[in-house]
Design a protein around this ligand. Structure first.
Ligand code: PLP
Length: 411
């Protein structure tokens, strides 16, 4: 049996424990297991945003562009986080949101691999990913075609000489299934196609090796595990081999080779910066910087140890203490096949998440019967996981979740 003392012993060895105090404590203290949707707030983010508004917008006005690093932020943020992604510092930028970055890079990838019209993806990929691909095929009036697989095992049969891009979420937003990035990228590249990964449910939870594992393109959200705050910029990565093969799809002035030349004709900037579009979102980048300064202190190996330790502890606790109460772990049991969160099933899942919320445990419900616990290695302890499961046991044993007050399920 896993005990609280065992969890506390793991916490004593936690290489990231020093970061817990760098996160703000909300007024209503909770065990926050929803970092797969919106990450917790770095404690100094409000002061930094306030300083930007006063010293920047109020006092410096347009001189702010010269006094501060507003223009450089998209690549400074990329440099600060690139080690977590296994990318060279100048191969990552932060801009726009994930959906826009998906479109920019999917259209670019499709165009640089000509005579191969097919985009392979998963039917149950995150909706925005699939809508972006459908929208691109629609925009191209049938020149691009989508081939959707229902299960990872179907990928190899879907590959062929007509496939230009394989477009996948590294970690599934429902089950947390994690594709083996290196093996998959190699198989895709071997058939002449490019591979494009959405890492929204991986980056900041588990270390990744984009360049070593053969990713051609990648994007991810800034507001989930990366803790960049509401409306945080998303990031994008392009493998060095592909960075200068074509113009970006949105040829905005921020991606021009000489922004302030105000030249009448477009010429793309060197490297990934050509995928910048218009004026950066300065406030959002400022909040993201508070998180980036924490990420600079994180070694990928420590992130990997901590996440695996939390995730395996949660599986053990759920199986030991909740199986007889109707809980089934539905994420893969092999850790190598799991991403940031862990998903389990219970027939009353919606009401159970509401009852947990009343006890200070924040998690998320996915229809029809799944609960996701997002495992951020930065601000969660092993004792937090123990307490969250203890409260789940309480909710299930007392059947309090059946009370009418928990019938209405929040989003
Ligand atoms: C896998 C994945 N991709 C993209 C998004 C959405 O990205 P955005 O709203 O920044 O466009 C989400 C949001 O939850 C997601 O889970």
């Amino acid at each position: 049996m896993v005990t609280l003392a065992h969890c506390q012993a793991l916490d004593a060895r936690d290489p990231l424990a020093f970061l817990h105090a760098s996160f703000a404590k909300p007024q209503e203290d909770t065990i926050y297991l929803d970092g797969n949707s919106v990450g917790a707030m770095p404690a100094d983010a409000p002061d930094r945003v306030h300083a930007l508004l006063t010293q920047g917008w109020r006092d410096a006005r347009r001189r702010g562009w010269s006094y501060f690093d507003w223009l450089e932020k998209p690549w400074l943020l990329g440099q600060a986080l690139s080690h977590l992604l296994g990318a060279r510092p100048h191969d990552v930028i932060f801009s726009d949101n994930t959906s826009v970055n998906l479109f920019k890079l999917l259209a670019y990838a499709w165009k640089i691999n000509p005579q191969r019209p097919v985009i392979v993806s998963e039917r149950y990929n995150f909706p925005t990913d699939i809508y972006i691909a459908q929208g691109l095929a629609h925009f191209l009036d049938g020149q691009a075609q989508l081939r959707l697989i229902d299960h990872p095992d179907e990928l190899s049969a879907a590959l062929g000489p007509d496939v230009g891009v394989v477009y996948l979420s590294h970690v599934d937003y429902r089950s947390s299934y994690r594709w083996p990035m290196r093996q998959t990228s190699q198989a895709v590249n071997a058939c002449g196609a490019l591979v494009f990964w959405d890492l929204s449910h991986a980056a900041g939870a588990i270390p990744v090796e984009l360049q070593a594992d053969g990713a051609d393109f990648a994007v991810g959200c800034g507001y989930k595990y990366l803790c960049g705050g509401p409306g945080a910029p998303a990031w994008l990565y392009v493998h060095p081999h592909h960075q200068e093969k074509d113009w970006p799809v949105i040829a905005g002035w921020m991606g021009h080779e000489d922004i302030f030349a105000f030249a009448p004709n477009y010429a793309p900037s060197a490297g990934v910066r050509r995928h910048l579009t218009g004026s950066p979102s300065i406030l959002a980048n400022q909040a993201m910087s508070a998180a980036a300064d924490l990420w600079k202190q994180v070694k990928p190996a420590d992130l990997g140890w901590k996440h695996q330790s939390l995730s395996e502890l949660l599986v053990d606790l759920l199986r030991e203490r909740c199986a007889h109460l109707g809980v089934t772990v539905t994420s893969p049991l092999d850790y190598a096949q799991r991403g940031g969160h862990l998903t389990f099933r219970h027939p009353g899942a919606g009401s159970v998440t509401e009852a947990l919320l009343a006890l200070g445990v924040v998690s998320s419900f996915r229809k029809p019967d799944s609960i996701r616990f997002g495992l951020s290695p930065l601000y969660l302890s092993h004792a937090d996981i123990w307490t969250a499961v203890d409260r789940l046991v309480q909710v299930l044993e007392t059947k309090v979740w059946k009370e009418p007050r928990f019938a209405k399920v929040s989003v």
